[in-house]
Design a protein. Structure first.
Length: 276
């Protein structure tokens, strides 16, 4: 099979993707996926060679559509409810009560899920908060979910999930907060809309600044797609976005100590949490 993206030009588009999104693609593993995408997109745009496609992507994309389409094609969006659930328990039973004690009563606690993919992570945060019950009765809690991929944010806003996606939710929680549909489940009315979902790129400083300051940032299973320089840049962006005393939680295979040394690491119930 021959593609309009040659192996030599893969390096060019790979460098572009890396520079814009931090996602580091290796020719050995990703050439076929990207080449198939470029062929499909070029056909849609009635373009017959890579040079014209790459020009359109870099210099003729004032509305950002080409970049968005490319991002939607390269990201890996695997997620499910209650994934690495010990961290949600540490949030509900340790982090939130600590923040609640410390912060002025009128101040909402703000939590960011970056990246949130199709929404299972921020909704798992909400489910733990409402089931824990105490803090949420006394204080406003805002949960924001962001992802670079616009298709996952569209799905997150619909809040319809497959059986596979909800498999780790305890049956009582599932029946309390979800509505059974013909195929899968939907977040029930009480919680639908409780997460503010937005398309945003963690490398876009302006977009990050607009989100405001947070008390907790969940950033799980994204840094694994980046190289060390990009991980460092994102870690420092999160540092700037946190209020003093705020927390970061990473995926189980990701370690802040290998990236930057500005956070204090603590182990709570076997979970590593990082505090500003
Ligand atoms: C494997 S999912 C992780 C979802 C969830 N945090 C979890 O752990 O289940 C990784 C997500 O990172 C997103 N992503 C990759 N690069 C990004 C960037 N530069 N800015 C924002 N999101 C990004 C992808 O679109 C994808 O949905």
């Amino acid at each position: 099979m021959s593609y309009i993206l040659s192996k030599e030009n893969f390096a060019k588009i790979g460098e572009f993707i890396y520079r814009k999104s931090g996602i580091y693609l290796e020719a050995d593993k990703h050439y076929d996926k990207i080449a198939k995408y470029v062929d499909k997109r070029a056909k849609e745009l009635e373009i017959d060679n890579f040079r014209k496609y790459f020009f359109a992507l870099r210099f003729d994309d004032s509305d950002g559509i080409e970049f968005q389409e490319l991002m939607n094609a390269v990201t890996v969006n695997e997620t499910y409810f209650f994934r690495e659930k010990d961290q949600f328990e540490v949030l509900a039973n340790h982090i939130l009560p600590n923040l609640h004690k410390k912060l002025p009563a009128s101040k909402p606690i703000r939590i960011l899920s970056a990246p949130c993919s199709t929404g299972e992570e921020p909704y798992s945060i909400i489910l733990h908060i409402v089931e824990e019950g105490k803090v949420v009765e006394e204080r406003d809690i805002e949960v924001v979910g962001i992802d670079i991929d616009s298709t996952v944010i569209e799905k997150a806003n619909k809040a319809s999930y497959t059986e596979r996606s909800v498999h780790a939710i305890p049956p009582v929680t599932l029946s309390n907060w979800f509505t059974k549909k013909k195929f899968g489940y939907e977040i029930g009315e009480d919680l639908h809309g409780s997460v503010d979902f937005q398309v945003a790129n963690v490398f876009d400083k302006q977009q990050m600044r607009k989100l405001g300051k947070f008390d907790v940032i969940f950033s799980r299973n994204m840094l694994i797609y980046f190289d060390d320089a990009s991980r460092k840049e994102v870690a420092m962006t999160f540092y700037d976005m946190l209020n003093p005393g705020g927390y970061v939680l990473l995926g189980h295979a990701e370690y802040m100590s290998r990236i930057v040394s500005v956070f204090n690491a603590q182990k709570v119930n076997n979970c590593l949490i990082y505090q500003k």
